[in-house]
Design a protein. Structure first.
Length: 170
């Protein structure tokens, strides 16, 4: 029996140069879809987080003005927005396909200890059309500097799911 769905989920570390701007995320989504021979229905939707740092900075200032510097919220805003100059903002993007979707979430604050140019990325590619999982992983290594990570491959058959879960590293 043929599967009705092919799904790969990747949580891993990549070279950050492929994921450091909205333009790079856009290119990644478009080229990834081309790599697996799927059909784009509409342009990618991409957002940057945190998207409203002005509001967080206002809360930060209000907490400081009201002697609330010992609160967890104040400390978190200081850690992730003020001390990093908001450089840790990641991106989330979705590419809607005729066959289903591709989603990405980046976490620049997470990196491999000895690889300062690394970035943590979560990917989710689901399709009703069969595609070659191994070729897609090879593409990620070759074109986007996939370093290491956990990979979950799923084949959905309606009443059952076959899965393969493994750790990949170069």
């Amino acid at each position: 029996m043929n599967a009705i769905g092919y799904h790969i989920i990747i949580d891993g570390f990549f070279n950050k140069k492929s994921f450091e701007s909205i333009d790079k995320i856009y290119d990644f989504l478009i080229k990834s879809v081309s790599e697996v021979n799927m059909t784009i229905i509409m342009p990618p939707v991409i957002v940057k987080f945190p998207y409203n740092t002005d509001l967080l900075l206002k809360v930060y200032k209000d907490y400081a003005d009201n002697n609330l510097k010992d609160t967890d919220l104040y400390k978190d805003i200081k850690k992730y927005i003020v001390e990093t100059n908001n450089s840790l903002s990641g991106f989330s993007g979705t590419q809607i396909l005729m066959e289903s979707h591709l989603a990405i979430h980046t976490f620049p604050e997470l990196k491999i200890k000895d690889v300062p140019d690394s970035i943590f990325v979560s990917l989710d590619l689901y399709s009703c059309k069969e595609y070659n999982f191994e070729n897609y992983i090879d593409y990620l290594k070759r074109e986007h500097g996939f370093i290491e990570g956990c990979i979950l491959e799923l084949k959905r058959f309606g009443s059952r799911i076959e899965s393969k879960n493994y750790f990949s590293e170069i």
